[in-house]
Design a binder for this molecule. Structure first.
Ligand code: ZN
Length: 290
């Protein structure tokens, strides 16, 4: 996959998270009780195994390699913990929406749509962008979305040495953690360009590889109606949808996409929620079924 333009525009730097409002003591206590009750529905659950074994679902091009099952070294102080699924995707229709190449300040526009629609998604971010816009990363996390690794600056990793690939992965994870997100447990290679060596390197960093089975070509066709029609037509139960939050036309398409898919009975989950216990370091996925 080759894109005509990749570099996101750099816009205004928006300031940090919303300030915490001040409440009267009684009101604050009541709010705390309500929030505590709600968060019980989405709180983190089973911790990641201390010594994960590899060999999850192969994607056909990149076979997981048992010899790469050394536990992922982590320099992070934030534990990587997959969340407890909010819905059971074994029983209901699920789709994982994913957004690549950000964050950019305008990612907040998409976050507002997702918040209004109560939809959780997965962002595969560039380390360079995470370092430039840590406030957006913090908002992504605060809104309940998942942050994955999409390399530092979007090279075709198959053309790089192992050392440079490793650097792309490690630098990005450091930037994501420094911005305030959990250490990524999902990785998406730029352009989908991968091989067994890259898969092993991602596994060694504690990450599964996540490709996609729905691609609306939103980077090429900057038309919200076209993007929406393609996503809705191609999405199946268990699909992983690729899009790019750096494009205004893509951001504008998602209110409609969410409404149409919801009408068809889909539940929106993050990639870790979609894959559940099969999501192990060094495994590779295109959807919940492959
Ligand atoms: Zn990309």
């Amino acid at each position: 996959m080759i894109r005509s333009t990749r570099r996101p525009e750099y816009g205004r730097h928006q300031s940090t998270l919303p300030r915490r409002p001040r409440f009267a003591l009684v009101g604050a206590t009541l709010l705390a009780l309500i929030v505590a009750g709600l968060s019980g529905c989405v709180s983190p659950g089973t911790p990641r195994p201390a010594s994960p074994t590899h060999g999850g679902t192969p994607d056909g091009t990149s076979q997981p390699t048992p010899s790469s099952s050394t536990a992922a070294p982590t320099s992070s102080t934030v534990p990587a913990t997959p969340p407890t699924p909010r819905v059971n995707c074994a029983k209901v229709k699920c789709v994982a929406l994913t957004f690549d190449d950000g964050p950019v300040p305008e990612t907040r526009e998409l976050l507002a749509v997702l918040r209004a629609k109560n939809v959780k998604v997965t962002f595969f971010v560039l380390g360079s962008q995470a370092a430039a816009h840590p406030d957006v990363i913090r908002q992504i996390v605060a809104d309940g979305h998942v942050v994955g690794n999409h390399s530092w600056d979007h090279p075709l990793l198959t053309r790089l040495s192992k050392a440079k690939v490793r650097s792309q992965l490690v630098r990005t994870n450091h930037a994501v953690v420094a911005a305030g997100a959990p250490k990524p447990i999902v990785f998406r290679p730029p352009y989908g360009g991968t091989n067994q060596s890259i898969l092993r390197l991602a596994g060694a960093q504690g990450m599964a590889q996540v490709l996609w089975d729905v691609d609306p070509l939103d980077w090429r066709d900057r038309n919200s109606a076209v993007v929406a029609r393609r996503v809705v037509a191609a999405t199946r139960n268990g699909s992983i949808v690729l899009s790019h939050d750096i494009h205004p036309t893509t951001r504008a398409a998602y209110a409609r996409i969410i409404d149409r898919l919801r009408e068809r009975g889909f539940n929106f989950v993050t990639v870790p929620e979609l894959l559940g216990s099969r999501l192990r370091p060094g495994a590779s996925f295109r959807s919940a079924h492959s």
